[in-house]
Design a protein around this ligand. Sequence first.
Ligand code: OOB
Length: 545
Amino acid sequence: MTLTPGVDAPTWPPEFAERYRAAGYWRGETFGGVLRERAAAHPDRIALVDPAPGRRTWTYRELDERADRLAAGFAARGIGKGDRVVLHLPNVGEFIEVVFALFRIGALPVYALPAHRETEIGHFCSFAEAVAYVVPDRHAGFDHRELATRVRNRTPSLRHVFVVGDPSEHTALSDVPCDPVVLPAGPEPHELAFLQLSGGTTGVPKLIPRTYDDYIYSLRGSNEICGVDADTRFLVVLPAAHNFPMSSPGWLGTLYAGGTVVLCPRPDPTTALPLIERERITMTGLVPPLALLWTEAGPKAQHDLSSLELTLVGGAKYSAEAARRLEPALGCRLMQVFGMAEGLVNYTRLDDDFETVVTTQGRPISPDDEIRIVDDTGHDVPDGAFGQLLTRGPYTIRGYWRAPEHNATAFTEDGFYRTGDVVRRTPTGHLVVEGRAKDQINRGGEKVAPEEVENIILAHPSVHDVSVVAVPDAYLGERSLAYVVLREGAEQLKPAAIKRFVRDRGIADYKVPDLVEFVDAFPQTGVGKVSKKGLRSAAAATEQH
Ligand code: OOB
């Protein structure tokens, strides 16, 4: 299925593209080509380890060959350049194999998170007009094949469901590979590599179109900042589909550098800490709640963590107090990372002083990451003052996939992305995240768009109105609270009934409101609009529900 550049996915104006090429940021590489080169340069080095259960390993040559054989099998089934494939796998070796196979034929992975359910998957498949959907048979007690059947039945474009494990009525992924064939011309470096998901502020998550040129530049920059090289052994603790463990510097950065990627099946310290010892892990990335858990568990655990050199923490605000405790507890360096799937990534640096590392969220990768910090009227604030972060640069998108109306407000006319984050900049150029102007809940790194949850609750026959807001939480940073106004005469409900209703709609569990409170009316703003600000401060004042 051919894509129309600039229509499906807005792109950089030619003068910017030329500048980024001239500066050496965009070097004309693709992932298929990079893997081929690494496999030729060091065929027998271990690229990938899937430790659970029955440790499996892939050398660079094996990963390259697997990608070729899978790509041939996908191509034989009519999957080709520009086709979208929704990938819904946990941290298993097949995830990486499938991604590289799709890169090789220029088909675009759409990275669903393991927690996503029918509501999200149905939307990704139909909105992206996906031709294939890749799932595990069962994962974490959930049968993905049944969900796949339901989604396939309602999505005309979806021709294939590939299953890792027992396929039931679908196709086993293990039946797909076949002898490599000469494939049609692969993707060009300036073309789309994949669609990533936005945390979202609207009723449905948006898709983020990333090109080879821009993403590979962010990997090279991340590798340089984090010191990733062929000796790096990176543990993928967070879901491999998320932008943070993928590219900061993540599994793609590590493979780019010729290092070794180890997939962690679960993020808890009882699973991860023994793996660090056994696999001699040197680097990993965590969200703040996990960093807290590991900091507690590290000193008590009887595991040798001496190989661990660097832990990156990001995805949500990491408190300075918690940050101070990580290095002594895990015996490694800390780096904070403040990034977004839309592009811009900031890191503290290995040569930053300790106070900068614990109190700031870092500075941008690129000298050409343009940063503006503006007030509500769009004017730049004075140096050091808080304001909303706008950004533009060599790896920040110019628009979401097929979303012209949303793009008109999410980006400025001259192409800056409105991050919705409230930040200030220190004299050294480091950013400190102070809060958020966008309507989003950051549940320990997992992003919830209130509108999406509100739309579901509004479908409940007893509900007149609803507003979902964030409440402070010591562990997650924030949790979600749904204020519900019942219809007149409707019978009184219990909070559990609302939660069950949301869960039964088939939505990621982290989006089910943590708390539900029934109220008679919402606080109003001057113009009679529901005041989210009023609700938030009411929520912050009550806190225990
Ligand atoms: C990462 O990506 P997303 O797309 O899930 O979320 C981006 C948003 C940011 O706009 C910001 O609101 C928040 O997550 N965020 C942080 C943060 N890192 C991300 N807020 C405060 N402090 C931080 N350190 O979350 C992501 C992508 C790549 C690397 C790291 C994180």
